[in-house]
Design a protein around this ligand. Structure first.
Ligand SMILES: *Cc1c(COP(=O)(O)O)cnc(C)c1O
Length: 385
């Protein structure tokens, strides 16, 4: 049966696995070797060396990730930010202009308006919900459009097919950060994006125990990013490769459970009088519900909600929770909670934060794979606390 006919659950397990199996090993072994014996390779890029991201562990992951997103090529990196920064540095030059979706991941926003601005790259933000406003922001020097599949922490979904076709119509490279939905729920390359980026630290690995990233998409662009990565040095360690490879095998079962639990928790929270408002694309009350239903095959494992009361009330609620861990990060098998005002969005002024809809009592939940009955019971006792 050809790859193209296999479903993603099967690809998670079987794609990218070395054939024949190395030494007969059913599980991909770790090649804990920084360098590999010279066997007559004719180009520098063909020599095997960890920083060149071309050990057997890297190559198996590249093939698996490309198969999961239905892409020509993929590349793993030392972190999600290494994937984002290496990609942008590979594709942009001084004088270039970027259109980026507003409400970006904090690190990406800081990179675009800090380091890249310093290197002479200009950036304007666009509202991903209002395609009629995009053309007026185009410049002669506009080179790429940068989007995120689901925004953090209000979980809105922009007009993603619109962004991909806008980029095509204007000869721009389109890039999307697909960390939140994962290829299980959304495959940007099939929607027309050129590159899909991931923090594999989150759902793709899924166990909160490594930091890693990925660049997936058009072969020529991934090749350009690899060339820059070899110079910048953000390559992934083989042991982290091994853990990511293992984590990817259970992606489908994990994310499906997380979607089911997140839906149950969101519906439970929406019924509670202590909760002012719940943000979850799987709720008909969410402004992006119809779009998420049309584009995604599930609504994801992230939920956020606003508590009635002040920040002291919010901190009391977090302290009363027994199952979830209060910690930044997301996408692991354990439920994590944060208050974005003090974590992901602490660097923003209070005014700007409130204008962006991130109030003092907003709680973000990365829903894990515990029994949702136990999660809801724990949230109930903490709300009544
Ligand atoms: C975490 C995250 C990143 C950064 O990834 P790291 O692996 O922490 O470097 C980028 N984008 C999104 C959407 C993230 O959640």
């Amino acid at each position: 049966m050809g790859r193209e006919h296999q479903r993603i659950e099967t690809l998670c397990i079987h794609s990218g696995e070395p054939r024949p199996r190395l030494g007969g090993a059913v599980s991909m072994p770790v090649f804990q070797s920084s360098t590999f014996e010279y066997t007559g390779e004719e180009s520098y890029g063909a020599l095997r060396y960890i920083r060149m991201n071309n050990t057997p562990n890297h190559e198996a992951l590249h093939a698996k990730l490309a198969a999961l997103e239905g892409a020509e090529a993929a590349l793993v990196t030392a972190s999600g930010m290494a994937a984002i920064s290496t990609t942008l540095l590979a594709l942009l030059s001084p004088g270039d202009h970027v259109l980026a979706q507003n409400r970006l991941y904090g690190g990406t926003h800081a990179l675009l308006f800090g380091e890249l601005a310093r290197l002479g790259v200009a950036c304007d933000l666009i509202d991903a919900d209002r395609p009629e406003t995009w053309t007026s922001k185009l410049r002669g020097a506009t080179r790429l459009v940068y989007a995120e599949s689901i925004t953090n922490p209000l979980l809105s979904v922009g007009d993603l097919p619109g962004i991909a076709s806008f980029a095509k119509a204007h000869g721009l490279i389109s890039i999307i950060d697909n960390t939140f939905p994962t290829p299980l729920l959304f495959r940007p390359i099939e929607t027309g994006f050129d590159l899909s980026l991931h923090s594999c630290t989150k759902y793709l690995n899924g166990h909160s125990d490594i930091v890693a990233g990925a660049v997936i998409g058009r072969g020529d662009l991934v090749g350009q990013v690899l060339h820059t990565l070899n110079h910048l040095g953000g390559s992934l360690d083989p042991h982290a490769c091994f853990l990511l490879h293992r984590g990817l095998k259970t992606l489908a079962v994990r994310v499906r459970e997380q979607c089911k639990n997140a839906q149950a928790l969101a519906e439970f929270l929406e019924r509670r009088p202590e909760v002012l408002h719940v943000n979850y694309p799987g709720l008909p009350s969410h402004p992006s519900h119809a779009r998420a239903r049309a584009l995604f095959s599930g609504y994801g494992g992230m939920v956020s909600f606003e508590l009635d009361g002040d920040e002291k009330r919010a901190d009391r609620f977090l302290a009363a929770l027994r199952l979830p861990v209060t910690a930044p990060g997301l996408g692991g098998v354990e439920t994590l909670v944060t208050r974005p005002a003090t974590t992901s969005h602490a660097a923003m002024s209070r005014e700007a934060r409130l204008a962006a809809g991130i109030t003092d009592t907003l709680i973000r939940v990365s829903v894990g794979i515990e029994a949702h009955e136990d999660l809801c019971a724990d949230f109930a006792q903490a709300l009544s606390n």
